[in-house]
Design a protein around this ligand. Sequence first.
Ligand code: NAP
Length: 297
Amino acid sequence: MILVTGSDGQVGYALLKTLAPLGPVKGLTREDGDLSNAEDVAGLLEKFRPRCIVNAAAYTSVDQAESNPDAAHAMNAKLPAQLAAWARANGALLIHYSTDYVYDGSGDQPWAENALTGPLSVYGKTKLAGDQAVLDAGVDAIIFRTSWVYGARGHNFMLTMLRLARERDQLSVVSDQWGTPTPAWLIAEVTAVALRDKLRGAKALDGVYHLTCRGETTWCDFSKAIIGGACDFGVPLSMSSDKVSPIPTADYPAPAPRPLNSRLSVRRVEQALGLELPDWRDALQLTLRDWVEFRNN
Ligand SMILES: NC(=O)c1ccc[n+]([C@@H]2O[C@H](COP(=O)([O-])OP(=O)(O)OC[C@H]3O[C@@H](n4cnc5c(N)ncnc54)[C@H](OP(=O)(O)O)[C@@H]3O)[C@@H](O)[C@H]2O)c1
């Protein structure tokens, strides 16, 4: 049995389908238990006794984490530590997800997996503590650090931009934060490839891997690509992409500081799994098409 935590979330939901060919998959939602409660977690692990745990649950409200550090710590640091300890003791595999927010966002080059971390926010600090707990547990584990996750369902930047572009006739979007948008479906597909290799005994496959699309952009240009792409698909909007204006981060104050440079090098995951990841623009086209077809049906 493969146990997927956070299976109502963006990545967790996508995993339910992509992992299905690898054996029985059980998704855990809040209805199954509170994963910030160690007793609930222990009970679920003993009930299902998975051979593999894929931990897609997390406290992902970056700004709210600043005022709720204990809640963020419980989900992002304590939960992965408990899952790792159980997996270690029971010979199970663990796949865990992390974030570009573990880096400090300096410079303009893509971060490699062995770069120094330096999280700026509570969210980033708690996620880094989770990564460290998994690495320290001595468990057979893969950590995928991803960025700018979006998709046709859930709460994400693409859906927010599509909503705003129906409600407004112009938008101002931050243009000095660089990174790579990554659809949840791609994360799930690559996870399935990695898990299949692991289940076939690929021992060398472990530790931290960056997992994003290829290429880089800013939130502002991502927003233009979303709105322009939706127009190309014939979606009625109140504005076109040329009505998106760039603004600096300083003009969009938020409780949690964001890294300016979230570029992640994906060379390690491509080499380890024999993949060539798609450019973010191509992945956006596919994701928008899913969303348009979903809306039309
Ligand atoms: N979103 C991004 O842009 C981004 C970027 C980089 C890395 N990541 C990482 O990628 C992974 C997946 O993120 P995502 O975007 O799929 O997150 P998401 O959509 O927010 O999903 C997280 C899931 O965790 C569940 N959850 C949270 N607290 C819980 C609790 N106490 N008990 C039970 N379930 C709980 C949530 O349930 P509810 O829906 O009921 O709250 C939700 O289903 C996470 O590790 C995240 O840190 C995300």
